[in-house]
Design a protein around this ligand. Structure first.
Ligand code: MIG
Length: 817
């Protein structure tokens, strides 16, 4: 296909310096570069004479600008912030970036180009609904950047498929990929994350295309050394992150798009769900069975079955006749209730359904191109769709949650918010996806067309849910789970990856999928453990739950009508393995919760690819079936039938086997024994792992804290345990407990120091167990300078152990060689 030629900006005619920005006018169009931070530049280019004004619903947090250094010569304008330099060519308008040391990257192969793009050229060709009114933006802007031959390309969010995104093409347009009419693709998904992380030895950089419009990334698919960005938005707008490590890029990205919300502690526990827990009695029976079988559980999710005729914000009058009692019964067992909410509001105007009535009266629904409320078909039948671009609509929606919150519901699960809509009653023959028309109007007073705001629909619904929770329960932390989203959704919600299948492939793909979500800024993510579509089976379930232990969000969920998938559904052997996996999750909670704080403070993903922690080991970067869980743990899951051992690459570090406590001999790789129930888990030398006692749920107090030190003979190690009440907002005002821990490797042994606890949060009384992992039993142990006779050698764990009451004071144990 011969695409029409692109228009280009031509030479820069005039330029002006603003306090933290450069504004350059070309023969055609203008470039604006903002110094966002010492390590972040924002680049905008418009083919017109002005940039689009910021959108009211644009949801990036405000950042203070930084100083921009600027100089010019005959050929170029040179821009500097502390850790990033850019060169804007005066003749062509092309940009190049460089480190302060002069290493070039992200070079434009040509200046931005544009042309009129017909909708049919995009994946948006959806029949007549795709038509935009005359005059609506259809200018497509293109940008081609050079990819270095040794640059690995990562990110782009939840798409399954390979972790390394190079040689593929991606569309950023939120769709319900599980609905008829869409096939299960790797190219486009429920969530849109136009985020790229490029990694080469000693230099990582990142790019966030700040366009909520339909956009595409060609990551070396056409020409392997070219990255082509395209947006239908009529203007180019991207943030460039200086790195220089992958961790720095993720920090920079989430500084711009927002950090992941800190979840309440219970959200990190085990969640049980299924489409089809259809009555109060059934829900109580599930809860009771968990308790009878002594399997920890923190939350049960209520799917659309609880509603009355799928009317959002209602309860079924018979099956859930007394919802407050249902939820209270769960709470009495230490279990939280999460309720699903769909955006489609049944267009029921005759039975006094307040959500439809008040919604119409308040003008809260998306209006079609004709200005009348748009309707389409979803579970409730013909439905209306809230216009979440409007602040007053988000508020109104949040208030509707009273119907759930008054019954005691703890968290909100936002589904179908791509939004998913079909063209006739669900299940009718010939059913096809029927999206909101691109020319539908959203925002206050017809401010924008749906084509611009579509990608934000899921995020803004999650935001409405989270803000509604916060308003109604100002003392508690909102917890929201969402299916659809756009980069930045992490500020309001955790995400699950939608409708996967009960298959080995889907277990395998969850690893790169969740890791890529982390790189796009969403730290709290999971897939349906056991798989959604189809029937799970014993071996697959056993493998999946052992991997799920390490998903930041750990939920078992399945489709209605599939075979039972609760931990006991596959017989006593698998039940025992599942119980052990879930118990391990609860043991790990103090570590995972500290990681949740780090995600909230600096965007750091809980689950991440090896490249995040080992940026200089380029040969490990494409690996996607071994992941890091925080900086201390590495997992090497089994995701194939019949496999009982597997190859594990050992990144450059000292490693311990978590199960034996033994330090591994230095080598590049090993074969790990991995029968079901024994997922290979490795601890990095220098790590200090903090473990809790197993609880039935996080509503029970932590009564024991184990601090396990894994000395690295080559280097000291340190860690700060972060704790708080697990709920509420005190953590924002000093209500934290931070315990600094350090291991020193002494000539003949090691020492573990625990600093006095700082911060205003007082953990409940508990026992402290200190363990030092050593090659062999030492002659003795000194506690706080005195030879102890209360220590013991735990041969099975290869650790010297001592227990004491946790008094919050400083302690030190030291090996007597
Ligand atoms: O059209 O609410 O991805 O988790 O169980 C299906 C029923 C709608 C899709 C979600 C799935 C949920 C299901 N929903």
């Amino acid at each position: 296909m011969d695409a029409p030629a692109l228009a280009h900006p031509g030479p820069i005619l005039t330029w002006e310096r603003q306090p933290a920005a450069l504004l350059a006018r070309h023969e055609r169009g203008l470039t604006r570069i903002d110094a966002v931070a010492p390590d972040i530049l924002r680049v905008r280019f418009s083919p017109g004479s002005a940039l689009q004004p910021p959108r009211a619903w644009g949801s990036l947090p405000d950042l203070p600008a930084t100083e921009l250094g600027l100089s010019g010569d005959d050929e170029a304008l040179h821009l500097f912030v502390e850790r990033l330099a850019a060169r804007l060519d005066r003749t062509s308008g092309a940009l190049t970036f460089a480190t302060p040391g002069g290493s070039e990257f992200a070079r434009d192969l040509a200046p931005p180009g544009w042309r009129e793009v017909a909708i049919e050229e995009t994946a948006l060709a959806q029949g007549p609904d795709a038509e935009l009114p005359p005059g609506a933006a259809r200018t497509g802007v293109f940008l081609r950047k050079r990819l270095a031959p040794d640059e690995g390309c990562f990110g782009l969010g939840q798409r399954p498929g390979r972790l390394d995104r190079r040689h593929r093409r991606f569309t950023n347009w939120t769709v319900d990929i599980s609905s008829p009419g869409h096939c299960r693709g790797e190219e486009n998904m429920y969530q849109a994350h136009p985020v790229l992380l490029a990694v080469r030895p000693r230099l990582a950089w990142g790019l966030f295309l700040h366009s909520t419009w339909y956009s595409t990334f060609d990551v070396g698919a056409g020409d392997s050394d070219v990255l082509t960005l395209f947006t239908l938005g009529g203007e180019l707008d991207y943030y460039l992150f200086a790195g220089p490590t992958p961790a720095a890029v993720v920090e920079q990205l989430t500084r711009v798009t927002g950090r992941p919300a800190l979840p309440p502690l219970w959200a990190l526990g085990y969640h049980q769900s299924r489409w089809g827990y259809a009555s109060d009695a059934e829900v109580r029976a599930v809860a009771r069975t968990f308790r009878e079988r002594d399997i920890p559980l923190d939350a049960i999710h209520l799917d659309i079955d609880y509603m009355d005729g799928f009317r959002v914000f209602t309860w079924h009058p018979q099956r859930f006749a007394a919802p407050a009692e249902t939820v209270a019964a769960l709470h009495a067992e230490g279990i939280r209730a999460v309720a699903i909410v769909d955006p489609g509001v049944k267009k029921d105007l005759t039975s006094g359904y307040p959500v439809a009535d008040a919604g119409l009266r308040g003008g809260h629904f998306v209006r079609g191109p004709d200005g009348e409320p748009f309707s389409g078909w979803v579970w409730p039948g013909e439905s209306l769709f809230p216009d979440f671009c409007r602040a007053d609509t988000r508020r109104w929606w949040g208030e509707q949650q009273a119907a759930l919150l008054d019954a005691g519901v703890d968290g909100i699960w936002c589904d179908m918010n791509e939004p998913a809509i079909v063209d006739r009653p669900i299940g009718t023959e010939g059913e096809r996806a029927r999206p909101i028309p691109l020319a539908a109007r959203q925002g206050e007073a017809g401010e924008a067309l749906h084509v611009e705001t579509h990608n934000l629909y899921g995020t803004l619904m999650a935001r409405a849910a989270a803000e509604g929770l916060a308003r109604r329960r100002p003392q508690r932390r909102p917890w929201v789970l969402t299916r659809a989203g756009y980069t930045g959704v992490q500020r309001w919600a955790a995400s699950w990856m939608g409708d996967n299948r009960s298959s080995w492939e889907d277990l395998e793909t969850s690893l790169p999928q969740l890791a890529s979500m982390g790189l796009a800024g969403s730290a709290h993510v999971g897939v349906d453990i056991g798989g959604f579509y189809g029937d799970c089976f014993a071996e697959l379930f056993a493998r999946w739950i052992e991997v799920g232990t390490f998903y930041p969000f750990m939920r078992n969920h399945t489709q209605c009508g599939s075979r039972p998938q609760e931990p006991w559904a596959f017989g006593p052997q698998v039940e025992a393995l599942a119980r052990a996996a879930i118990r391990l999750r609860y043991r790990l909670l103090p570590y995972l919760y500290t990681l949740a704080h780090l995600a909230h403070r600096r965007g750091e993903p809980l689950l991440r690819p090896l490249l995040y922690d080992f940026p200089d080991a380029a040969h490990l970067h494409p690996i996607e079936d071994q992941l890091m869980v925080g900086p201390q743990l590495m997992i090497a899951p089994v995701y194939r039938p019949g496999v009982r051992r597997r190859l594990v690459e050992l990144p450059p570090a000292t490693w311990y086997d978590l199960r034996t406590g033994a330090r591994l001999a230095k080598r590049d790789a090993l074969i790990a024994e991995a029968p079901p129930g024994a997922l290979p888990i490795f601890v990095r030398g220098g790590a200090i792992l903090t473990l809790g006692n197993v609880r039935r749920s996080t509503m029970e107090p932590l009564t024991e804290l184990t601090i396990e030190a894994y000395p690295d003979p080559q280097a000291p190690g340190e860690w700060t345990l972060i704790e708080d009440a697990g709920e509420g907002l005190d953590y924002q005002h000093g209500g934290l407990a931070e315990t600094h821990l350090a291991i020193a490797s002494l000539r003949d042994g090691a020492a573990l120091s625990i600093a006095a606890r700082s911060g205003a949060y007082q953990p409940p009384p508990r026992r402290l167990i200190l363990r030092l992992h050593l090659p062999e039993a030492p002659a003795g142990l000194r506690l706080d300078g005195r030879t102890s006779d209360a220590w013991r050698w735990r041969a099975a764990e290869r650790a010297a152990e001592i227990a004491l009451a946790d008094d919050g004071a400083a302690h030190r144990i030291e090996v007597i060689p």
